[in-house]
Design a protein. Structure first.
Length: 208
C-alpha cells in the first residue's frame, strides 16, 4: 500500500506534469481562463490517464513492441471519445467551452509518456495509481493557474463575482502571454519547494 501511495503522490509533487515535467502546456495556456474549464479539463485528463494506463498495463504482454505506439494512441483516442460524448450529452456548455482542446487530449504528451515509461513496464494496480496521481497533479496545477487568472483577470471565481465594482481586471492575465509568465513563476516556486524537500529527505537519511 505504501508503494502505491508513493507512486500516486509523485505525480502531485516531485513529477507534476505541468509544474515539474513541463508537459501538456497547451491546455494550461488556453483552457485556464476559468476554474470551471480547468477543472473539467483536469478531470477529463485524469480519467483518460488512469484508464489508458490500466489498459496498456493489462495488454502489455500481448502487444508487439514494434506497433506499441499506434496501439497506445488507439486506446487513448477511444477513451477520449467516450469522455467527449459524455460531456456533449450531459454538459454541452463545458464541451463547447473546451472546444478543440478536448479532442487534443489524444496527443497530450503526458498520456503517451506515462504509457511508454510506466504502464508498459508495470502491473495494473501500480499503473492505475501512476495515471491517477499524474492526473490529479495535472488537475491541481490547472486549478491553481486558473484561480489566479480568473480572479485577477475577471474578478470572478468559478463564475461568481468576488471583486467589487472598484476592481479593474488585468486583461493581460487572461491572454496566453500572461498565462505563460504565470506558469514560469509557478515552475520556479515548484522547483524551490522540491529542492528543499529533497535536501530535507537527504539530511534525514544521513542522520539515520
Amino acid at each position: 500500500m505504501r508503494e502505491l501511495w508513493n507512486i500516486f503522490k509523485k505525480g502531485i509533487i516531485s513529477e507534476n506534469p505541468i509544474l515539474v515535467l513541463a508537459l501538456s502546456l497547451c491546455p494550461a495556456l488556453a483552457v485556464t481562463t476559468t476554474v470551471q474549464n480547468a477543472l473539467t479539463m483536469g478531470l477529463s485528463v485524469t480519467f483518460v490517464l488512469a484508464c489508458n494506463n490500466t489498459v496498456v498495463s493489462f495488454t502489455r504482454k500481448w502487444v508487439n513492441p514494434k506497433v506499441r505506439v499506434p496501439i497506445y494512441i488507439t486506446s487513448i483516442a477511444t477513451i477520449v471519445t467516450v469522455v467527449e460524448l459524455l460531456l456533449q450529452a450531459y454538459a454541452p456548455k463545458l464541451y463547447s467551452n473546451l472546444g478543440i482542446y478536448l479532442q487534443l487530449i489524444v496527443v497530450f504528451a503526458i498520456i503517451l509518456a506515462r504509457a511508454e515509461v510506466f504502464a508498459s513496464k508495470n502491473k495494473v494496480l501500480p499503473s492505475f495509481a501512476d495515471g491517477f496521481g499524474m492526473g490529479i497533479g495535472f488537475t491541481l496545477a490547472m486549478i491553481l493557474i486558473a484561480t489566479f487568472r480568473e480572479i485577477v483577470g475577471n474578478g470572478t471565481f468559478f463564475g461568481f463575482q468576488v471583486m467589487g465594482s472598484w476592481y479593474h481586471p488585468a486583461l493581460i492575465v487572461i491572454l496566453p502571454p500572461g498565462a505563460f509568465i504565470l506558469i514560469g513563476y509557478l515552475v520556479a516556486v515548484s522547483k524551490i519547494i522540491n529542492e528543499k524537500r529533497e535536501n530535507k529527505l537527504k539530511l534525514k537519511g544521513e542522520a539515520q
